[in-house]
Ligand binder design. Structure first.
Ligand code: NAD
Length: 456
């Protein structure tokens, strides 16, 4: 197993030099990162095509454009975020002033998955840079072209003692985790998230865990069915369902189920055409192992739409499964593919009970015109975040911190959230030397009485 102690030591020395504490330096680095991404745009699209058959439109929307916007937003606000913030002082602290100083942790380790292999490595990196950290990126081994390009882009524009990419598999991750770093930001599956947290606990290293799970999508009887169908088809099948916040399964009110499924078929057809596999634009499944796992689900329930799959191109077309129950295999774990099982419900609270009996989802989507239904679901189900009358879109707002809760993750990022994740908030009380309040000292006359006057 490789030893990454030297690399981490180099980064720690660079961090200790204080260079990354300079906010202007961070701004320059973000500007450079933006230029580097733009310069390699076509190469990135080609790599994503080779690794996952991503279309150029999807690559720009979900891997490149989203990062350019994140950099723009971060640069616009960074000077303000990085400044010490003055906060109130309580009466008992009269004479003093209170401040919060955001400070970088030091060396951050970012471990990324394969589904959005560029975005999910660089989005945390933007936060790490903005907050003044050094960073080591470990991209996924399952998207080798993108990971190699990422490594080339970083190594040819940034010194390794500041930002470095280490390519490799689980063994490489393990070797990195054997070293002490100052922060670990992990995006990936729940089982590996547990391994990361265990490794982090050895050094009490703080972690952010961006994980996954089964995200429900609820279609109530009063929903705008046509619009719901289109927005669900988009959110589910983009990237062939290999999206952490994709609707994992549908819960449709029985009164509108048939009509909704008709609309869903039309929407899938409108967005992906007659034969998505032959179109050449539909994202493929990342590996044969993942393909075989997904293909097994096609015998669950009945196929109400799609179902064609082709091992030679690792493609599965947008598929809808009817007659599904919670006992089916497809309902046991996160699907992470273009297969959408449909459950139905009559009773809202019973349906809510089924969802809350399971791990807290990363995302949840509600399609309804009724504010009462929206409020009932929002107040009774805990989940990372989501949308009302849409899917996936919440993820792209820099104003909405993105992350899970319970088994779907710990911590949240994007926008200021990313700066905060990679910053320790150092609380400082600046005391006056003009006077010294006596009541804090037990030797003062009537100390307790005076103390009670200030602290009631
Ligand atoms: P994964 O957990 O298998 O791998 C993620 C990373 O961890 C990879 O870099 C991999 O090399 C590394 N890794 C794998 N096994 C390891 C081990 N034993 N020890 C240390 N490191 C190890 O996840 P994946 O298959 O790449 O991604 C899919 C999962 O990620 C899904 O569950 C999905 O929901 C989740 N995900 C979550 C988000 C989010 O933002 N919450 C985003 C994308 C994907």
């Amino acid at each position: 197993m490789e030893n990454y102690g030297d690399l981490i030591q180099k980064q720690r020395s660079f961090f200790t030099s204080g260079k990354t504490r300079d906010v202007l330096f961070r701004m320059e680095v973000l500007t450079k990162l933006r230029t580097v991404i733009k310069k390699h745009e076509q190469e990135l699209m080609d790599a994503l095509k080779a690794d996952l058959n991503k279309s150029e439109f999807d690559a720009y929307l979900t891997e490149i454009g989203i990062l350019l916007e994140e950099i723009r937003f971060t640069m616009k606000h960074l000077k303000k975020w990085a400044k010490p913030r003055k906060v109130k002082s309580s009466l008992a602290q009269v004479g003093s002033k209170s401040y919060i100083y955001p400070e970088p942790y030091g060396v951050a380790l970012i471990i990324a998955p394969w589904n959005y292999p560029f975005q999910l490595a660089i989005a945390p990196l933007i936060g790490a840079i903005a907050a003044g950290n050094c960073a080591i990126l470990k991209p996924s081994e399952l998207t080798p072209q993108t990971s190699a390009l990422l490594s080339k882009m970083i190594s040819s524009h940034f010194p390794e003692e500041y930002i470095s990419v280490v390519e490799g598999n689980a063994e490489t991750s393990t070797a990195l985790l054997n070293e002490k770093v100052d922060y670990i930001f992990f995006t990936g599956s729940v089982p590996v998230g547990k391994i990361i947290m265990e490794a982090a606990s050895k050094n009490l290293t703080p972690v952010t865990l961006e994980l996954g799970g089964k995200s429900p999508c609820i279609v109530h009887e009063d929903a705008n069915l046509k619009l719901a169908a289109k927005r669900i088809a988009w959110g589910k099948y983009i990237n062939a369902g290999q999206t952490c916040v994709a609707p994992d399964y549908l819960y449709v009110h029985s009164r509108v189920k048939e009509e909704f499924l008709k609309e869903l078929k039309l929407a899938i057809h409108e967005l992906y055409g007659e034969n998505p596999i032959e179109s050449g634009h539909f994202t493929r499944i990342v590996s044969e192992k993942h393909f075989s796992r997904l293909a097994k689900f096609l015998i669950n329930g009945t196929i109400t739409h799609g179902g064609r799959h082709e091992i030679s191109s690792l493609s599965i077309e947008p598929t809808v499964l009817g007659n599904i129950t919670w006992n089916d295999e497809v309902m046991q774990d996160e699907i992470f593919g273009p297969i959408l099982p449909v459950l139905e419900y009559d009773d809202l609270s019973k349906m809510i009970g089924e969802v809350t009996a399971r791990p807290k989802p990363l995302a949840l989507y509600i399609f309804t015109e009724s504010e009462d239904v929206q409020n009932e679901i929002l107040s009774s189900i805990s989940f990372g975040g989501g949308c009302i009358n849409d899917t996936v879109y919440h993820l792209s707002s820099p104003y909405l911190p993105f992350g899970g809760v319970g088994e779907s993750g710990i911590g949240a990022y994007h926008g200021k959230g990313s700066f905060d994740v990679f910053s320790h908030e150092k609380s400082i009380l600046k005391q006056t030397t003009r006077f010294d309040l006596p009541f804090r000292y037990p030797t003062t006359k009537d100390a307790l009485k005076k103390l009670r006057f200030f602290i009631k």
